[in-house]
Design a protein around this ligand. Sequence first.
Ligand code: NAP
Ligand code: MG
Length: 487
Amino acid sequence: MELAIGSFQNYVGGKWCTSETGEWMEQINPATGEIVSRVQKSSPKDATEAAQIAAKAFLKQDWAFNPRKRSAALFKWAAKMRENREELAKMLTLETGKPIREARGELLGAIGYMEYYASAARTLYGTTNAVDQNTLSILSREPVGVVAVIVPWNYPVTLLMRDLAPALAAGNATVIKPARQTSGVTMACISLMTDIEEFPPGIVNIITGSGSTTGMQLTREKTVDMVQFTGSSDTGKVIMAEAAKTMKKLSLELGGKSASIIFEDADLNKAIPFAITSIFTNAGQLCTSASRLLVQESVAEQVFKELKERAESLKVGNGLDESNDMGAITIESQMNSILDYIEIGKRDGKILTGGKRLTEGELAKGFFVAPTIITDIPCESPVVQEEIFGPVLTVQTFKEEDEAVEMANGTSFGLASGVWSQDIDRAMRVARKMRAGTAWVNTYNRLLNECETGGYKESGIGRSGGTEGLLKFTEVKHICIDFSPKA
Ligand code: NAP
Ligand code: MG
C-alpha cells in the first residue's frame, strides 16, 4: 500500500534496521482517519541496543572533539530541510492535523534552531583561572555523552530540533524517541541526514515505539548520560524518578496553564486578536498557549463581545485546505479528554461560545472541536487549574493589579505569561512578578531561536533555546596544571 508519508525502519548505527519485534505501528490523519505512515514498533531491547551503539560511537568517533565537522553537518542538514520544506510541511499537516500555514511556520522554526546551533557549535569555549603563581586551571566544555531526546506530538519537528541540534552541536551522540503519532514526519526529517558524510555512524540514532516501553528503557539505560524530555508534567515526573536510579542529567520541558492579563490601559485592538491566536493556534495544543485570559473588569464587556465574534469567525477544517484557521485535534483520546473538560466547564461556568465536537459533513471523519470560550468560572475549577491542551479558553475578570498577579500565578504550572498594558511601569512591574519562564509584554508566543524558554514550578527544569539551551548539553571539565619549579 502506498502511504502519503511512507514506511520507515529504525535508523541505528548509520543503518536502517527493523525492530526485533518485527511489528509495525500505523499513524492516521486526524482530519480524515486515513493511514498516512507506518513505523517500527520497537521493544526495550531495541532501545538498549541503540543506546549502546551511540555510546560506542561517542567514544570511537572524532565527533566530540570536532566542532567544525559538527557545524558543517548541521548546516547541510538544515539546507536539506529548507529544500524539502513544502513537502515536509504537508506531511506535518497530514500527521498532526494543523493548518498548512502553521506547518510551514513550524518548519522554519526548526530550521532556525538548526542554523543557530550549527553556528554556535564553533563558539563553545571555556575559561581559565590563574589560581596562583604555579597553577593554571582550564575549565573546558565537553559533551555529556549519550543524550536521549524524547519528543511530543504537538510540534514534533521544532521540538525535535530545538534540543537535538544543540545536543549535536555540543558533541553528544543521540538516541531519539519521537511521539508515536508523529513518527512518520520525524523519520522523513531523519532520512534527509543519512547521506551527509560529516555525520559519523551512530551519532544520530532513532527508534520508534511507545513511550512507556522504548522511551522508559532509554531513561533506564546505564549508557545514556542525559535525558532531554519534552512532554507532559505527569510523564516528566515518572522520568525524573526513573532517571534518579542511574543519576542521569535531566532537562524537562513540561506542561503549562499560562495566563495573559489584559489591563484597562491595554491597546485592545492588538490584545484581543492576540488573545484569540494565543489559544487557537494549533487548536490549543501548544505548551505555552495562553489558555487563561484575565481581563480588568472595566473593559470586560467589550473584550467578551469581540472574543466571541472572533472565535465564531474562525474556519475549522482539514489543515490541507489553505483557507482553514484551525485543524483537527491530533489524537482521538486527546479530543475526548478536551470534551470531558468542556463538560466540567459547563458545570462550573458558562459557555460563551463553542463547547462541542464538530461533526457536520466531512468533519465527522475527523477529530474536530469548536473554538470554545468559558466565562464565569472560579479559580478552583479543574478547567482553570489543569492543562486541557485544546481549543478551550477560560476568561476571568479582576479589579486590581495585585489580584491579577495572584490569579496568574495561582496554578502549579509556570511556563509562560502575558501582560497587556500601555503603562510601561505597570507592564514591567507585573512581568517581573510572573512566576513563569517567559513573560511577554504586549505580544504573545514570540518563541525565538536565540532566547531561552522553560518552566518554573511543575512546568519543568532547565531551558531550551539560546545559549543556555546549548550549555546544558555540556559538562565542565577542570584541567589543572602545576608548573612549579623542581624542588
Ligand atoms: P507525553 O504523553 O508526556 O509524551 C511525550 C513523549 O514521551 C512521547 O514521545 C511519549 O511517547 C513519551 N513517553 C510517554 N511515556 C513515557 C515514559 N514513561 N518514559 C519515557 N517516555 C515516555 O506528552 P504528549 O501528550 O506527547 O505532549 C503533550 C504535553 O507536552 C503537554 O503537556 C504539553 O504542554 C507538553 N509540551 C511541553 C513543551 C515545553 O516546551 N515545555 C513543548 C511541547 C509540549 P508516546 O507518545 O509515543 O507514547
Ligand atoms: Mg501522551
